[in-house]
Design a protein around this ligand. Sequence first.
Ligand code: FES
Length: 75
Amino acid sequence: MARIVKRDRSSPYPVTIGAETKYICGCGLSKNQPFCDGTHKIAKDEPAAKLCWYDADNVCHAMEDAFPAMPLPAA
Ligand code: FES
């Protein structure tokens, strides 16, 4: 089953345990889940009110009208 999960964060969550800091993916785009692999950089300039999905080549496809009930942040 496929799922659509809304993520509007475009940076990782730093988690420090003892002397070691790990970066947990907050954008959902990492290919090394749950860890950040730097892919979030492709989403950093997205407008807040834009809804898109990313294909295997990390190309954003706009789909603002596909889920009208999904709330988006104001632009
Ligand atoms: S936060 Fe997702 S790849 Fe970095």
